[in-house]
Design a protein around this ligand. Structure first.
Ligand code: 4AD
Ligand code: MG
Length: 436
């Protein structure tokens, strides 16, 4: 009978059986007449035990001399072993080397410490390492949870375009592309404007895709290409945005805690910090945020936007995300609905993650009045023609509506407890990095 091929993730339920595992040599420890290959297969890492006396000499020697990241298929019997990660070890009976990494050109990432530039240059290989692997698994879990949340709460996924004719979030951060016949288009900064159209067709929608910002920022929170999920709701207000944002974050964090505990442990994440992420989140106004910041010694004046340091200072006071609303109109995009009681501020909200991770969500209520929107487009010096279709939405059954955008990478950085967003995506794009 053929030996069944299993994944390392499944190994725990096959103890006592002889199985085959196809993977790569993660590491190899030698101790006289025994070698301990650590094999990874993408689903996990398993320790194998190869005893010289139990194997044909050629097989033992080949294994003993095998180089890091060589691809191999091992056959052997699974044995419960309490001390082993995953609770099982494999006693090797046979090995088929698929490709041997040559000694003359060894795998560049060794178990010793490497600088971050070196690792980023080898990102295509670095993602095989335990820590990077854990982060990207958590990223997947977060994306799956986001989709589940919206899919289960009556939102329709409607994808929005990446080539766009106009700015959504300010003209200074647009990547311009040459389209055909000298036509210029821009890489999307946000799917929001299209979401507003699809929300009028479907009620509750979301879009989820890559977005681009030509920001020359070198901070630990900025990428030039990042993924954003953006829900939009017809007949909705700023309060609906806060409620949905809070539910979404609680849902996502809970799912990661349920399904990705081993990965969080690999990252040495303090789980109590994530367990504290429960509704209700604190809600403060921009005015209050400014007072709090001034009391902490920030130079911020009313009317200014918060910098990264201000966001960190604000989040220090809370053990869960804080929602800051009603920003001055001048620091926000053209489409925000003014507060009817106080037209100098807008019905927008930013959600700041705890532990200094900064803004993870931005959103609010949109202008639904035609004349006011035209006025804002003019005040912001935006090309009116490019917004004709957007203005149509205010002519044909305009209703109050609202939505938000959540940046996936900032969320991943926060939930994983990472220093920098560059590790939250397989191939980050930053000011000085477009390779590999
Ligand atoms: O606050 P932003 O710019 O909001 C919008 O784009 C709205 N049109 C969204 C909407 O209402 N539909 O961006 C939303 C989020 C931020 O809170 C942040 O998490 C993330 O996108 N983000 C970035 N993430 C990584 N790198 C960057 N350069 C980012 N810029 C924004
Ligand atoms: Mg924002």
């Amino acid at each position: 009978m053929a030996v069944p091929r299993i994944t390392i993730r499944e190994a725990g339920s096959h103890t006592g059986q002889t199985v085959e595992i196809a993977g790569w040599l993660y590491n190899l420890r030698k101790s006289g007449k025994i070698v301990f290959p650590l094999v990874r297969d993408g689903t996990g890492i398993i320790q194998c035990v190869a005893v010289k006396s139990a194997l044909p000499e050629a097989v033992f020697d080949e294994l003993k001399g095998l180089t890091q990241e060589s691809s191999l298929i091992v056959t052997g019997q699974l044995r419960a072993e309490e001390r082993a990660p995953g609770g099982v070890e494999l006693d090797v009976q046979g090995v088929q080397v698929v490709q041997r990494v040559p000694e003359s050109d060894p795998y560049p990432i060794t178990p010793k410490e490497h600088g971050v530039d070196f690792l980023m240059d080898h990102r295509h290989l670095w993602i095989r390492s335990r820590r990077q692997h854990a982060i990207l698994r958590i990223r997947h879990e977060i994306i799956r949870a986001i989709r589940d949340y919206f899919d289960c709460n009556g939102f329709t996924l409607v994808d929005t375009p990446i080539f766009t004719p106009a700015a959504c979030e300010g003209t200074t951060t647009l990547f311009e592309c040459n389209y055909f016949d000298d036509e210029k288009v821009y890489l999307t900064q946000s799917g929001q404007l299209y979401n507003e159209a699809t929300a009028m067709a479907f009620g509750k929608v979301y879009t989820f895709g890559p977005t681009f910002r030509a920001e020359k920022s070198k901070t630990r929170r900025h990428l030039t290409e990042f993924w954003m999920v953006e829900p939009e709701m017809a007949y909705a207000t700023l309060e609906d945005v806060k409620r949905v944002a809070e539910e979404l974050i609680v849902f996502v964090v809970r799912r990661v805690l349920e399904n990705r505990r081993p990965e969080l442990t690999t990252l040495e994440r303090d789980l109590s910090k994530l367990e504290a992420i429960q509704a209700p989140f604190p809600r403060i106004s921009y005015d209050e945020a400014v007072s709090r910041l001034q009391a902490k010694g920030s130079q911020i004046q009313w009317g200014g936007d918060f910098g990264g340091t201000d966001e960190t200072l604000l989040s220090e006071d809370f053990d869960r995300p804080v929602m800051v609303d009603r920003y001055p109109a001048q620091v926000k995009a053209f489409y925000f609905q003014p507060d009817p009681d106080r037209p100098d501020v807008v019905l927008g909200v930013d959600v700041l993650a705890p532990e200094g991770y900064g803004e993870i969500i931005g959103g609010g209520q949109r202008i639904h009045d035609y004349d006011l929107l035209v006025k804002r487009i003019e005040e912001h010096n935006l090309p009116r023609e490019a917004f004709d279709w957007y203005l149509d939405l205010r002519k044909y059954g305009s209703v109050p509506h609202a939505g938000f955008g959540m940046g996936v990478e900032r969320c991943v950085a926060w939930i994983c407890g990472l220093e920098h967003v560059r590790e939250t995506i397989a191939f980050p794009r930053m000011l000085y990095r477009t390779t590999p």
